[in-house]
Design a binder for this molecule. Structure first.
Ligand code: ATP
Ligand code: MG
Length: 559
């Protein structure tokens, strides 16, 4: 496959391979196991695994688990599942930064011996306060001049557990006046008497992200270390470590813009808050932008990959319209989801001239545009049906082509019916619509050629499956939930109508549908069978409405 000039990173990779700098491209996806993956991570996954696949290289999955207090096995497992589900494979290249703790420690000792690292007894507070600013240089630590032997001794005793948390750190000795603050003697190791999910209690000193990341890349002989823009001014430090340590390879860090989406929050910290404070029902709530949430909602992995492909790569941060993601989902489901009928807001229809005990079955194609593609199912028709309440109006405006007193409408795949009257309850609410059907219109066309504009969906009342249908909408009502003008709390922008649960009536072919199956309910949208479905209770999640109803409503509100 040719990727010439597809984006600036692929251009660099192609150039490095063509110029003989590398024989093989090796990338990695390096999540910290402190939360579930989200759609932003999907961009990074698609990029790293995509480049490896396109250029015949490989991509590692490496857990950046240098931070013992936050990491949990649950996150590791969910991340693996999500990457696999997205369609990517790390083969045997599964790594953990914690596997490199011993090597990283040795490299820290190497720096100490070279006089390029020292143990600082200052508190974190003092270190921060003496770091200087963009306009003022930092002040050297009083411990900066410690001789290597003393540093070595102290560092070994730090490792041996002699000192309490926070009492000492190991710092690189670089330049307290460097214009880049990351080079002002950054902390390499801190003391943390904490249990680690993989190394247990073996360690009580842990490397900082910056000291672990580039060296882990080097150990794995990563050629191109792709990360998001916030690491751009960490690059000099990344290169300083690679240049000052006897590492086996020299990876190159390249930054790209992270994904931001309208109506969406993509910070793990904030997603964790949504979960912990109960604003959603867990990490895999279908309203969450997590991979597990999108999966549960019914988003196909192919659509997520197509979306990532389409947004491309940039060197400047920007925000992508979430409608583009929804478009990709519709585009894929339009090709792949069988069409069935279901009524979300049931209104009973009685066909007065249809025999009480009669049942007819219609062969309805699952994919009307190309019936052989998915075959047919049987749809039973009886005297009592349900139609959508919104498909009936007692006093309709002119262009309402659906059911109304005296008007004729087509029941999808079945007959033309004409409304003869209504039954109301004590409050004047229509509870039943009375109709007659024309037996000559079986299949939906009148032999006399009369034209009927409206076609509506329906289910046989007697055969209908009762199901819980969860109608999801955007979790936030503001396109920029984190915008300053809406207060500093993004929770103020939660959409109170992000979930509506309805008791629907579905055609019987859906009986026994398996979790994860996706359907189009005709005229309504795409739906996916929730994993919480049981034999006794079918639960559907609305993946996405057919057209962008939200945009329309919004336009109306604005207009
Ligand atoms: P958060 O800031 O939400 O905590 P993170 O960047 O700390 O996320 P990591 O687990 O460190 O989460 O991310 C793993 C990889 O995914 C990193 O290379 C990171 O740059 C990338 N990544 C994270 N968020 C995005 C995003 N929104 N768009 C593109 N890549 C992202
Ligand atoms: Mg991170």
């Amino acid at each position: 496959m040719s990727n010439e000039a597809k984006d600036f990173i692929r251009e660099i990779v192609a150039g490095d391979l063509a110029g003989g700098k590398h024989r093989e491209v090796v990338t990695r996806f390096p999540p910290e196991p402190n939360g579930y993956l989200h759609i932003g991570h999907a961009k990074s996954i698609a990029l790293n695994f995509g480049i490896a696949a396109e250029f015949g290289g490989r991509c590692h999955l490496r857990f950046d688990d240098t931070n013992p207090s936050k990491e949990e096995m649950e996150y590791v497992e969910s991340i693996k599942e999500d990457v696999r589900w997205l369609g990517f494979d790390w083969g045997r290249h599964l790594y953990f930064a914690s596997d490199y703790f011993e090597q990283l420690y040795e490299w820290a000792v190497h720096l100490i011996r070279e006089g390029a690292a020292y143990v600082d007894d200052q508190t974190a507070e003092e270190i921060r306060a003496t770091r200087g600013t963009l306009t003022h240089p930092g002040a050297p630590s009083p411990y900066r001049g410690r001789p290597p032997e003393e540093n070595l001794d102290l560092f070994q005793r730090m490792r041996a557990g002699e000192f309490p948390d926070g009492s000492r750190v190991l710092r690189a000795k670089i330049d307290m006046a460097a214009p880049n603050l990351n080079l002002r003697d950054p902390v390499l190791y801190r003391i943390l008497h904490a249990h680690h999910h993989r190394t247990g209690d073996a360690w009580c000193v842990y490397p900082m992200y910056d000291f672990a990341h580039g060296q882990s890349d080097a150990i794995e002989r990563i050629t191109h270390s792709l990360c998001t823009l916030e690491f751009e001014n960490h690059r000099p430090l990344y290169e300083w470590f690679i240049g000052n340590l006897p590492v086996p390879a020299r990876p190159r860090q390249i930054e790209f813009a992270r994904l931001n989406l309208t109506y969406t929050v993509l910070s793990k910290r904030k997603l964790l808050r949504l979960v912990k404070e109960g604003h959603v029902n867990g990490w895999d709530d279908p309203r969450m932008p997590t991979i597990s949430g999108l999966r549960r909602r019914g988003y196909p992995p192919q659509a997520i990959r197509a979306f990532c492909d389409r947004i491309g790569l940039a060197k400047r941060d920007s925000t992508v319209d979430v409608a583009l993601l929804e478009w990709a989902v519709r585009d894929h489901l339009n090709q792949t989801a069988p069409r069935v009928m279901g009524v979300l807001d049931p209104l009973k229809v009685v066909i007065e001239n249809y025999p009480e005990d009669q049942v007819e079955e219609f062969d309805a194609p699952y994919f009307p545009d190309d019936p052989p593609k998915m075959g047919f199912r049987k749809v039973p028709f009886t005297r009592e049906l349900y139609v959508e309440r919104g498909d009936f109006m007692e006093e309709p405006p002119k262009k309402f082509w659906r059911l109304a007193p005296g008007r004729e409408v087509r029941l999808r795949w079945a007959y033309l019916i004409t409304c003869t009257g209504v039954v109301k309850d004590d409050d004047g609410r229509v509870v039943e619509v009375r109709c007659t059907y024309d037996p000559a219109t079986r299949g939906g066309n009148a032999p006399d050629g009369r034209r009927v504009k409206g076609t509506i969906h329906w289910v046989s009342a007697r055969h209908a499956l009762a199901a819980e249908v969860r109608l999801y909408d955007r979790l936030f009502s503001d396109p920029d939930p984190e915008a300053a003008e809406s207060g500093d709390d993004f929770l103020a922008n939660l959409n109170p109508e992000s979930l509506e649960v309805v008791e629907a009536r579905l055609e019987p072919s859906l009986a026994g549908a398996d979790a994860g199956e996706r359907y189009q309910l005709e005229r309504q949208g795409y739906f996916s069978v929730d994993p919480g479905t049981t034999d006794a209770r079918l639960v559907l999640n609305r993946t996405v409405a057919l057209r962008d109803s939200w945009a329309k409503i919004e336009q109306k509100l604005k207009g």
